[in-house]
Design a protein around this ligand. Structure first.
Ligand code: DGL
Length: 262
């Protein structure tokens, strides 16, 4: 099974992308809804949660792990990789690679939670690969609660997106990385407000292509993954909102399974 975790609901954008890229592969998801959000917590806390989440998914039979949460990917990938001897995927590197391969001017914007932006991980990775790149980032803390509320098309959301994107727009970025699980759900508004010429990089699609390419090149690991088209969704707090959003996003019938987080 492919194990995926996120702080809550947002990682379902990654599940959707994986279902499309790797149809039929069994997926086990853990959304840490009792402890969400991660984006406002300290890196020590997020690391601890990421290790616990990985441990849980392995106990349920996951053979590879995808850290769908940008915040956890930013601050906890190293700890998870050091502690578990299995393939671990995070969402930052695939998005960075895609952005530098497609950006003409190498003038790249990043939006994410406060923790992700504070970590500076996107800038660091982009500059490691392209030292001359111009990189600008902006934390957008209000966007996660707006998505969680289902305010995807409200005028207030449009206004807030416009305000957050203004500093990136004036820099005339040509590429914008959506550095948070929730932002693909606001992609249309974001595209409108940043301008149609700006190429938007959706990290959920970027990581799904990366996992697919990896499995094509590592048949031994590919063979270990079951492919019965089975999906299991665990959450640390069962909420109606999660079930509703999950069903409408993934277009499949979902039965949430509860697991307590420590
Ligand atoms: N999943 C988080 C991320 O991608 C957003 C929600 C949160 O703050 O926990 O950064």
């Amino acid at each position: 099974m492919i194990g995926i975790f996120d702080s809550g609901i947002g990682g379902l954008t990654v599940v959707k992308a994986l279902m499309e890229h790797l149809s039929g592969y069994d997926i086990i998801y853990f959304g840490d809804t009792a402890r969400t959000p991660y984006g406002t917590k300290s890196s020590e806390t997020v690391k601890k949660y990421a290790l616990e989440n990985t441990d849980f998914l392995l106990s349920k039979g996951a053979k590879i792990i995808v850290i769908a949460c940008n915040t956890a990917s930013s601050v906890a990938t190293e700890s998870v990789t050091e502690n578990f001897n299995i393939p671990i995927f995070e969402v930052i590197t695939p998005a960075v690679e895609l952005s530098i391969n497609t950006s003409h001017k190498l003038c790249i914007g990043i939006i994410g939670t406060r923790a992700t932006v504070k970590s500076g991980i996107y800038e660091k990775k982009i500059r490691e690969m392209k030292p001359k790149a111009k990189v600008y980032s902006k934390a957008c803390p209000l966007l996660v609660p707006l998505v969680e509320e289902g305010w995807l098309k409200k005028p207030e959301t449009k206004m807030i997106v416009k305000k957050y994107l203004h500093p990136l727009k004036v820099r005339q970025i040509d590429t914008l990385i959506l550095g948070c699980t929730h932002y693909p759900l606001l992609k249309d508004i974001i595209q409108k407000k940043i301008g149609k010429k700006v190429n938007i990089i959706d990290s959920s699609i970027a990581v799904a292509s990366k996992v697919k390419a990896f499995l094509e090149n590592h048949q031994n690991i590919n063979n270990m993954l079951s492919k019965k088209g089975m999906y299991r969704f665990f959450v640390s707090d069962v909420t109606e909102q999660f079930e509703k959003t999950a069903k409408s996003m993934l277009k499949i019938d979902i039965r949430l399974e509860h697991v307590s987080s420590s």
